[in-house]
Design a protein around this ligand. Structure first.
Ligand code: SF4
Length: 464
C-alpha cells in the first residue's frame, strides 16, 4: 500500500460522539454496543508490525489496547465532514458537496477502515466505498429505494420470507460503516434501531409455525453491532426450533472492524453450530493481517466464512482486481461465494457497472485460476425476483445428442449428450442455438464413423 506523503496530525478522539444506539428510540437498545467510553492515550512509536494500514499516520497516539477494542472504534466512528477533513484532504467545494450528500445519505467510517484509505488518491478503491460522492445526489433519482422488494416480502416486521426453505431476520439497521453501495440505504434516515424482544419473538413464532424453514439468516444493518449477549439470546432461541438446521450471519465486521471478532464472540458462536458467516470483502487491500486474524478466529471456532462481494465501478471492476481479491481470500481460507451485480439502489448509480463487465470478469478468471477462486456472478432481481446466476456463454449449440462447447481458451469441442442414443436415425434437432457463433452442425455430427478411433469419444475436437 502506498504510504501517504502527507501525515495528518490527528485531533481525533471524540468522546462526546454518540453511537447510533444511543439515539435509538428503542429503550432496549441502550446496551448496543456495550463497553467503556473511548480513552485517549499517549502517542505511540511507530511499529508497523502487524498492520497494513495508515494506523500510525492517522492514529499513532492511540495505544494498542484501545486500538484493539472494537467498542472504541464503534464509538469513534467518523460521522461528520469536519472530522473527515482532519484525515483526508478535501477542498472547501468538496466539503460543501459532502455536507449536502450527508444530509440525505449520512457518513460513518470506523477509524480502522479509514486507516486503509490512501488520502493522496481521490480514486482510491477503499475511499470510494466509505466516503460520500456528490454523484449520490446528482444521479440520485436513478434506481429504487427498495430494489429487492424486501418490504413487500416481510411476513412480520423484520422477517423476509422469499425462498421456500429460508428466511432473513433483520435484527437492526445499525452498521459500523455506511457503505456507499448499500442495498439498504433507505434505512439510513431512520436513526439507529434494534428489534425489540417482542418483535424478535414474532419472527421466531413465524419460523416455529413454518416447518419448511431450515435456514435462518441473521442480518441487518449488521447484526454484530448487537452485544454478544443479545446476539446469543437470539441464536439460542433459534436453536430451540428443531426444524432449523443452519444459521447464517451476514456481517461486514471482519472487513470494516475486525477487532469485533473477539474471543467472547467466537466462544459463543462455537456453542451453537452449524453457524455459517457471510462477509463482504470487495478489494484485496481490505485483507489486512487484522482481517485475516478475525477470519482465522472464526474458522477455528467452527464457523465457515464465505465472501459476498459487490461489483463496483472503480473499486473491483477488472479481472486483475477480482483475481487478486479472490486469491487473497483463499489464502485466508475464505471462500469467494458470490460476486453481486450492484443493486439498482438510489444513490449508487455511479458505482454500478454494465452487466457485461461482470461476465467478462468471470470469463477472465474461469480456467485461468482454480474454480475455488471463481465466485458465482449473480443479479438479485428487482421486486423480489431473487438471485439469478449469470455465466459467460460456454454452450454454443445444444441438441438432444450433443453439445458444442467452447472452453476458456475459446477452443470448440463436441460433447456427447448421454440422455439420448449417440446416433439417432433422424437428423439432430437444434434445441438451443446460443449466441452468434458461426458453428454449423454437420448432419452426421455424431456419426459413428467420425467417432471411431477417437480415444475419448465424448469430446471431438472441431477446430481451435
Ligand atoms: S455493512 Fe452491509 S448493511 Fe451495513 S452499510 Fe455496509 S453494505 Fe449496508
Amino acid at each position: 500500500m502506498k504510504t501517504p506523503s502527507v501525515r495528518f496530525k490527528s485531533q481525533f478522539i471524540n468522546k462526546s460522539e454518540r453511537c447510533c444506539s444511543e439515539s435509538c428510540s428503542n429503550s432496549e437498545a441502550e446496551e448496543e454496543p456495550p463497553g467503556e467510553p473511548g480513552i485517549s492515550g499517549d502517542v505511540g512509536e511507530e511499529p508497523p508490525g502487524k498492520t497494513a494500514t495508515n494506523r500510525y499516520a492517522f492514529f499513532g497516539h492511540i495505544p494498542d489496547n484501545v486500538w484493539n477494542d472494537w467498542e472504541w472504534h464503534f464509538r469513534n466512528r467518523i460521522t461528520s465532514v469536519e472530522q473527515l477533513a482532519q484525515f483526508i484532504p478535501l477542498s472547501l467545494k468538496e466539503q460543501a458537496e459532502l455536507r449536502l450528500v450527508t444530509m440525505r445519505y449520512p457518513l460513518s467510517v470506523t477509524p480502522y477502515y479509514l486507516s486503509l484509505i490512501n488520502p493522496d488518491d481521490p480514486d482510491d478503491p477503499i475511499r470510494k466505498q466509505a466516503i460520500p460522492s456528490i454523484l449520490e445526489m446528482t444521479m440520485g433519482s436513478i434506481g429504487m429505494e427498495d430494489p429487492l422488494g424486501e418490504n413487500k416480502d416481510s411476513v412480520v416486521p423484520g422477517l423476509v420470507h422469499r425462498y421456500p426453505d429460508r428466511v432473513l431476520m433483520i435484527v437492526t439497521n445499525m452498521c459500523p460503516m455506511l457503505c456507499r453501495h448499500c442495498t439498504r440505504k433507505r434505512e439510513w434516515q431512520n436513526g439507529g434501531w434494534v428489534r425489540t424482544t417482542a418483535e424478535v419473538e414474532a419472527m421466531l413464532e413465524y419460523i416455529r409455525q413454518h416447518k419448511v424453514i431450515r435456514d435462518v439468516i441473521i442480518s441487518g444493518g449488521d447484526p454484530l453491532t448487537l452485544s454478544t449477549r443479545r446476539l446469543e439470546g437470539i441464536i439460542t432461541r433459534i436453536r430451540e426450533i428443531r426444524h432449523v438446521e443452519i444459521i447464517r450471519i451476514g456481517t461486514r465486521f471482519p472487513v470494516v472492524l475486525p477487532q469485533r471478532i473477539d474471543d467472547e464472540l467466537c466462544t459463543m458462536l462455537a456453542k451453537y453450530g452449524p453457524i455459517w458467516l457471510n462477509t463482504h470483502f470487495n478489494h484485496a487491500r481490505e485483507i489486512t493481517p487484522e482481517a485475516a486474524e478475525a477470519c482465522d478466529r472464526l474458522l477455528r471456532s467452527g464457523v465457515p466464512v464465505n465472501n459476498q462481494s459487490v461489483l463496483l465501478r472503480g473499486v473491483n471492476d477488472s479481472v486483475e482486481a477480482q483475481t487478486e481479491l479472490c486469491h487473497g481470500l483463499l489464502k485466508i481460507k475464505v471462500r469467494p461465494y458470490y460476486l453481486f451485480q450492484c443493486d439498482e439502489v438510489q444513490g449508487t448509480e455511479h458505482l454500478r457497472t454494465p452487466v457485461e463487465v461482470g461476465i467478462k470478469i468471470i470469463e477472465g478468471m474461469r480456467g485461468y485460476t482454480s474454480g475455488l477462486a471463481v465466485p458465482a456472478f449473480v443479479i438479485d432481481l428487482s421486486q423480489g425476483g431473487g438471485k439469478v446466476p449469470i455465466q459467460p456463454n460456454y454452450v454454443l449449440v445444444q441438441t438432444e445428442d450433443e453439445l458444442v462447447l467452447r472452453n476458456y481458451e475459446g477452443r470448440i469441442f463436441r460433447y456427447r449428450n448421454p440422455a439420448k442414443p449417440a446416433c439417432p436415425e433422424s437428423p439432430a434437432e437444434v434445441l438451443c442455438p446460443v449466441g452468434s457463433a458461426a458453428v454449423s452442425l454437420p448432419q452426421d455430427t455424431a456419426c459413428k464413423s467420425e467417432l471411431e478411433g477417437v480415444q475419448n469419444a465424448d469430446r471431438v475436437f472441431l477446430r481451435s
